[in-house]
Design a protein around this ligand. Structure first.
Ligand SMILES: Cc1ncc(COP(=O)(O)O)c(C=O)c1O
Length: 328
């Protein structure tokens, strides 16, 4: 573990451990044995509607508080779960929150955007800026706040710094206590910190990342985070990352993802989201189909949250409503 992280203290924000639940009906539907597949319920992390970012924010907010911050600034997509949970963390800790979000105030305010407002965050709309442009815009907001006498702290895109990834090192250890015979944990790969932390805890061979198309170079990003945690040189080659479920791009609904959402909902009553966790399950289905994951191996699907984003995703809402009409 890199030495500069040694004295970091997390701010308590979540409820731990999250449950690890058997998913026998989903397992059978995927061609696995009933005891092969488990779901790590990191959608149930407790704060602000839950999700994986709570684990990262504990560390990032702990550092912000130690530096005397009074405001958290972060950035993301319009339906960013990370932004919503940063807003919730700020509310819990008595800090102001400014979100730099892609999109415009004129777009409909559903899903995570509604919760951002409810949680009391202010939003700077970034237009149709690509994610690489959001970080510099957030730095500009930080400068403006400093000039006004505030003490703002930048929370990185997706919470994915080496410090934020520590939350998923702890999740990896938690998972090993719950499932010592774990063979593979399958996770959505967005900004990379979730996979990075899990790889540090479990080793590259036991973590399968399913890229969601949020960043340009997922292997290099995860490799850099893993190296930062370990204090070694990056080794992106060792990482297991599936690139076959990005489809037409970040947040664009694909047929395999819609099929995955429907299957998880109808076999286990578990609701995944169309941007991240639906892709993780679609990737797991492909991994079983091509023999990367086999019956008899203890496999865990990380449910990293994202449900509010489903309500902000027009295509998924329309397809789900259409399914209801067909079944009625
Ligand atoms: C629900 C959900 N799952 C998974 C991820 C991916 O996590 P990471 O950004 O750490 O790769 C995100 C990222 O925003 C997310 O919101």
């Amino acid at each position: 573990m890199a030495t500069e992280l040694a004295d970091a203290t997390p701010a308590p924000l979540g409820s731990w451990p999250t449950p690890l639940e058997a998913a026998p009906r989903l397992a059978r539907a995927l061609g696995l044995g009933p005891a092969d597949l488990w779901v790590k319920r990191d959608d149930l992390t407790g704060l602000g509607g839950g999700g994986n970012k709570v684990r990262k924010l504990e560390w990032l907010c702990g550092a912000a508080l130690a530096r005397g911050a009074d405001t958290l600034v972060t950035c993301g997509a319009r339906q960013s779960n990370h932004a919503r949970l940063t807003a919730a963390a700020g509310a819990r800790l008595g800090l102001k929150v400014v979100l730099v979000l892609a999109g415009s105030a004129r777009d409909p305010g559903e899903g995570n955007v509604a919760l951002d407002g409810l949680l009391g965050a202010s939003v700077v709309w970034a237009g149709d800026a690509a994610h690489e442009a959001l970080d510099p815009m957030a730095s500009g907001v930080l400068d403006r706040l400093r000039r006004k006498g505030a003490r703002p702290e930048l929370i990185p895109y997706g919470g994915s710094s080496v410090l934020g990834a520590r939350g998923y090192v702890l999740c990896g250890h938690e998972l090993l206590r719950q499932a010592p015979d774990l063979s593979t944990v399958v996770t959505a790969l967005g900004s990379g910190g979730t996979m990075g932390g899990l790889v540090h805890a479990l080793g590259a061979g036991r973590v399968l990342g399913v890229d969601c198309g949020a960043i340009e170079q997922p292997a290099r990003t995860v490799g850099t985070l893993v190296a930062g945690l370990a204090g070694t040189a990056p080794d992106p080659v060792a990482l297991k990352i599936r690139l076959d479920h990005v489809g037409a791009g970040y947040a664009v609904l694909t047929e395999p993802v819609m099929a995955a959402l429907t299957l998880a909902a109808r076999t286990e009553g578990i609701v995944l989201d169309p941007i991240y966790t639906g892709r993780a399950l679609a990737g797991l289905m492909s991994a079983i189909a091509d023999g990367q994951i086999k019956p008899g191996e203890r496999t865990v699907l990380l449910h990293s949250g994202g449900l509010p984003g489903l309500f902000g995703h027009a295509d998924t809402v329309a397809r789900s409503a259409a399914a209801l009409a067909e079944l009625s």
